[in-house]
Each structure stands twice: as C-alpha cells, then as structure tokens.
Design a protein around this ligand. Sequence first.
Ligand SMILES: O=C(O)CCC(=O)C(=O)O
Length: 319
Amino acid sequence: MISQFLRKFKPAYEAYNLLKRDQLVHNLPKYKKYGIEKNYYSSISSKDFVGLDSPLNIHDRLNSRDTLPKVAAFKKLAVQRQEELLSWSENGYVILKGFFSPERVKQINKEVEHLDESKKAQWVGNKMMFAIHYSDIMLRAGADPELMKIIDLLMGKEMELFQSINFLTGSEQRTHSDSVHMSTFPYGNIIAAWIALESTTHQNGPLHYYPGSHKLPYIVNSDYDNTGSNYFLGDKDYSVYEDKIASVLDEHHFERKLLFAESGDVLLWHSNLLHGGEPHHDKTLTRKSLVTHYYAQDAICFHEITQRPTLKRKLILPK
Ligand SMILES: O=C(O)CCC(=O)C(=O)O
C-alpha cells in the first residue's frame, strides 16, 4: 500500500534522482536549448512540451528514397543493404536480411545461456534486461559498428545505444509504440533493433507490426487521461494505454504484418511504429531474440508513463 503510494508520488522519486546526478545531467543542455526550466532530478513528461514546436527528423520530413542515395555513407553500403533501407520513410521499419552471421548468433546465444546459468542475468518477467551492461558480447552486438552506421543513416544523426532486452520466448506483448517507454523531445528520437537469434514461425510468437503507423500522432498520457497532477502520476493501468492503441488501430486500416525472421535477420523500427508479440503457441519451442534501443544524442530523454527523466549509464566498448 505504502509502496504503491510512493510509486505514484513524484517527490519520492525526485529525491531518489538526487542521488543519480551523473546519469541524469545529459538532459540539462537540452532543457536549456528548448527553454525548459527543470532540474536534472525533476519529473518530466509530454505535459512540459505542450505548445512547443517538435522539429521532425530528416526522414520524417523528407522521403528516404530521395535523400539516402545522396549520402556518402549510404553509397558505400552493399547494394542489397541500400535497397533494404530506401522504404524507411514510408514504412517506419526496414529488414536487414542475414545481418549477423551464424557464428555471431551462436556466440550470442551461448553468452545468453552463460549469463542465465551463472545467475548474472537480470530478469524482469520474461525479459533479460540491460545485458549490455554486464556482457561484452552483448555490448558488441548492440553497438555493432555496421549496425550503428545504418541506424545513424536512417535517423540522419548520431545515435547511442541505450538498452538491451533478451527474450527466450515470445513476448506476447500487446501492440504498443516504444515512444511511451523511451520518450523524447523532440518526438521520434529513438530507434529499435530486433535481432533474430533463431527463426520465428506461427508457433513461437513472432513479432507483429503495422507498416506506416509511425506517422500517427504520438500517444501520450493526456490521450488516455493519465496526466496526473503536480505531485502524483496518473492512476491508469498500462492496459488502458494498450486499449487506447487498439482503438487508434480500429479507426485506421493499417496492414498487420508478422515477422517470419531467419536467424541473424534484423528489423529496425521507428520510435512510433506500432508493434507487439503474437501468442507463443508451442511452449516447447524457444524464440530467442535481442532487442536494442538507441537514443539520439541531441534529444531530451524520459519515460512518459512514469514521468521520469531517463537514467543513462555510460557504456564503454571493450577494446
Ligand atoms: O519481441 C517481441 O515480441 C516484442 C518486443 C517489443 O515489443 C519491444 O521490445 O518493444
């Protein structure tokens, strides 16, 4: 009861944030840039940006089919990769076929087993969280230089790896947009990579996604009456957000696609692309995957639902 109260009471986590200055100061120069009067520890959410113009990233403004072919780094990619990237603006996702070699996937899967068996893994439900912070192999996968190059190209700016989630089974998550979990101002400044660590079929809970849905307005707390007050967070359950997304999808007619990936394929999705996980029907099967998220370095980063500024831990790539 008390812990529930404290979880919703903003001053409680602002006090906690006071101890995390080094992980929170990243927002300060950007608060200044956008005229936001906040301390590094203060609560922050979409409510603070009402009335501010949110500049669009290049491929939300212009069509990647026209712009990418003019970029030097794009011209250096293999023709297959170039073709895969062109539809980014239209679809809000791209698929990089066979991006990670079978040897690399084997190494990652072995590492996941090791982390699990040695109890190093930090599980939250069916998600192994932030393995990039305790595994060099996972960090190298998330920060793969070729992958980073492609991510920077799609976003038209420098991006940084923020988090990783490993799954051994299908997530079975209802449809959502990452922008409510890893929120930014300006909007649209994260990107996700979904890395297949084995193939996905109807039986093991493939990913689903809605091409073009990234162009819908960003759904924020005020869209489902979850704004709260100066001292308290909104009182809505996460399922109310999911219901809101379902109702948005009912109003539009986006195609629902399933990702039947092969091991080593990578799907990159836009921060606002609606996606989720299908039911994992055959529980005797695994569905190994790694999801990594990247923030733009020039955006304010926060978590819309809990109205918390993002805690960013430094990542140092092993030599
Ligand atoms: O892997 C899945 O089934 C879904 C993952 C997902 O929705 C996410 O990481 O945001």
